[in-house]
Design a protein around this ligand. Structure first.
Ligand code: DON
Length: 309
């Protein structure tokens, strides 16, 4: 295998002069306070090698990356029936868009746009109090990352609750169509807390390893999902994981990936590695600008694009 440490060091050095490019998400007040001049990279291979650079040990808000873990939990709970509540097609719209929902009768296009993720949270909430569903997610993330220290940043959850007007609109709209089965406040309580999980790049890359290794974390031996389910989650990440930037991400990087407005991206090189990058400045569609650039450079240097195989 290529010298991954040299590669991550090179990428970090090449991007250092660009630190601060892009715009930090400011519609969640707590995220607006994050110093934009940070960049972390972590690669965890399926053989257990870990290569890091920059701010790979700094905690950040995983935001929409949590949607991958909630999707995994929801599929575990209701299996393929989930697809009666949410679609599997790229939306071509912004992550918080409401327009398609009316045309499509309250069934969101995919589980990664906000409306889809809120429906998924409703599924995970079933049979639980909101506190228990949040606990289930946190326990799951700790299990897949094999790290009991991972926690939720309550100040981020509160900050988003007080300004989450669009998410309340989306949730109320879906409730009107009968596609939310629990009170809007409960579902969004779960959703805002899952988005507020704090992790660093190393923890996040470890957490994604089951997707790179046919559903089983090769470091712990924990079986998380079947190989078929891991393949399908990766397919959704490739086609829908970057919202209306998904085509461009596939073109430039060629790996299943999921972004968050905290500036993190989890990317999966199937059979090879799980990769986490973080830099808070976002591009126009809400994906980390330097994080995407780092992954583009990584894919070019390693040949890990799924289209290179
Ligand atoms: O619902 C929101 O607006 C945020 N909690 C999450 C959005 C997000 O991360 C979109 N990703 N790029």
């Amino acid at each position: 295998m290529a010298d991954l440490q040299a590669i991550v060091d090179d990428i970090h050095a090449a991007l250092l002069p660009r630190l601060g490019e892009g715009a930090v998400a400011d519609y969640i007040p707590q995220l607006a306070k994050v110093d934009p001049k940070q960049l972390g990279l972590a690669i965890v291979t399926t053989d257990g090698d870990i290569n890091i650079a920059g701010d790979a040990g700094t905690q950040f808000s995983i935001q929409s990356i949590s949607k991958v873990f909630m999707l995994t939990l929801a599929l575990g709970k209701v299996g393929e029936q989930l697809w009666n509540r949410v679609g599997r097609e790229p939306s071509g719209s912004a992550f918080n868009s409401i327009v398609q929902l009316e045309h499509e009768h309250g069934i969101p296009r995919n589980p990664f746009i906000n409306a889809g993720a809120i429906a998924v949270s409703d599924v995970v909430l079933s049979g639980h109090q909101p506190r228990e569903a949040i606990g289930e997610l946190l326990q799951f993330v700790r299990y897949v990352a094999d790290d009991e220290t991972i926690s939720i940043d309550e100040s981020v959850a509160r900050s988003e609750t007080s300004t989450g007007y669009r998410n309340f609109a989306l949730a109320n709209f879906m409730r009107a169509f009968g596609n939310l089965h629990h009170p809007v406040e409960h579902v969004l309580g779960v959703y805002f807390h899952q988005c507020a999980v704090s992790m660093n790049c190393v923890q996040l890359a470890k957490a994604g390893l089951y997707l790179a290794a046919r559903g089983t974390n090769p470091l712990t031996g924990h079986s998380v999902v079947s190989p078929k389910r891991a393949r399908r989650i990766n397919a959704l990440m490739l086609t829908c994981g970057h919202y209306d930037g998904s085509g461009d991400f596939a073109y430039r990087v060629g790996l299943p990936g999921k972004s968050g407005v905290g500036g993190g991206i989890l990317a999966v090189a199937p059979g090879i590695a799980s990769i986490a990058v973080w830099s808070p400045g976002l591009n126009k569609v809400g994906n980390s600008l330097l994080g995407s650039a780092a992954l583009e450079m990584l894919a070019a240097r390693t040949g890990w694009s799924v289209f290179d195989m």
